[in-house]
Design a protein around this ligand. Structure first.
Ligand code: UDP
Ligand code: MG
Length: 319
């Protein structure tokens, strides 16, 4: 029988580049492997011709292909999750469809796996992509925010052993970061340094895509919007009371009221109270964010919905 390697590819509106990625990068690499291979393409509700393109693509015979078509756009993390649940390989590799992840590194990952690695993650070596500033900023912020496990340049291009995939498939949270969950499992990880590339289609659509996701997020979460608005009001109150408050403090109590404003204690107290109200409103908005998260998880909806009519060759996707 031999070993089976699964390759999971999340795809969202990649019509411009997916064909060239499959033809020039992924398939030539897979053809040279001695292991059996299967490709799981997860169409994350693409609105362009991505799904048609992959359906019409002629894959080499010895590569099994299954297409998981999601009902709508659920986001990359859930698309990956759907793919991992469908994959049956002894090792599963996740790779982006836009050509930014160098498929030619797959043999190196497999080699490490054969030597016993349970997780092999690609990290960005020195590179030329426009990604650099953005990811550097992301890294700094996340690190500051307490995500100490984050390794700079870590990519969503990795190999997972079957054991790890089985554990990963137990997670039930909706709001998920694949990397974070994998870290949480606690398996030792190995890294390979790789050279990233630009998107095949050249257009840096990712920023627009991300903005759209953000916008979508805020519309969908309308139920918490009122409290968030109060948060902004709080921020505003704090900002407008802080300056005159400081001014009064200095001019009256430190300098001894040289301007003869004679504002007195009343003004000081009201400014201070307004400032505190601002603080309270902000912290209330923060609480709202947490509660809305809890609410979203507690509803315990399915993570995604598979469009069975559009999918091809599903084995595990019936749930
Ligand atoms: N993707 C997806 N669903 C989305 C957004 C992206 O499945 O809602 C896929 C996309 O097709 C690509 C991968 O996830 O294969 C990474 O997306 P992108 O290149 O936009 O992200 P970045 O490279 O900025 O991390
Ligand atoms: Mg990309």
């Amino acid at each position: 029988m031999g070993e089976l390697i699964s390759v999971v590819i999340p795809v969202f509106n990649e019509a411009a580049g997916i064909q060239s990625f499959l033809k020039k990068e992924l398939i030539p690499t897979l053809k040279n492997l001695k292991e059996n291979t299967e490709i799981i393409i997860v169409d994350d509700g693409s609105t362009d011709k991505s799904l048609e393109i992959v359906k019409n693509y002629t894959f080499p015979r010895r590569i099994t292909v299954r297409i998981v078509a999601l009902m709508k756009n659920f986001g990359k993390e859930l698309a990956l999750t759907a793919g991992l649940r469908e994959a049956e390989g002894d090792a599963v590799i996740m790779i982006d469809a836009d050509g930014q992840h160098p498929a030619e590194e797959i043999p190196r990952m497999i080699e490490k796996w054969h030597k016993g690695a349970k997780i092999v993650t690609a990290i960005r070596g020195s590179n030329t992509t426009k990604h650099k500033l953005g990811s550097r900023l992301y890294y700094i912020l996340m690190h500051k925010a307490g995500d100490k496990n984050l390794i700079e340049g870590e990519m969503d291009f990795r190999l997972l052993d079957r054991e790890v995939v089985d554990d990963f498939n137990q997670f039930t949270e909706h709001n998920r970061l694949t990397r974070g969950l994998i870290d949480w499992l606690g398996y030792p990880q190995e890294y390979i340094k790789v050279q990233t590339k630009d998107r095949i289609d050249g257009a840096p659509t990712y920023s627009i895509k991300k903005l759209a996701t953000l916008a979508g997020d805020s519309i969908v979460s309308a139920s918490r919007t009122p409290l968030i608005i109060f948060g902004y009001i709080g921020l505003f109150i704090m900002a407008i009371t802080f300056v005159p408050g400081l001014f009064q403090l200095i001019q009256e109590y430190i300098l001894g009221d040289p301007l003869k404003l004679e504002w007195g204690g009343g003004v000081a107290v009201s400014l201070f109270v307004a400032f505190l109200v601002g603080l309270v409103l902000i912290s209330q908005a923060m609480t709202a964010l947490y509660v809305s998260q809890i609410h979203a998880e507690a509803k315990n909806r399915p993570l995604y919905v598979i469009n069975k009519t559009k999918s091809v060759g599903l084995k595990n996707g019936k749930k």
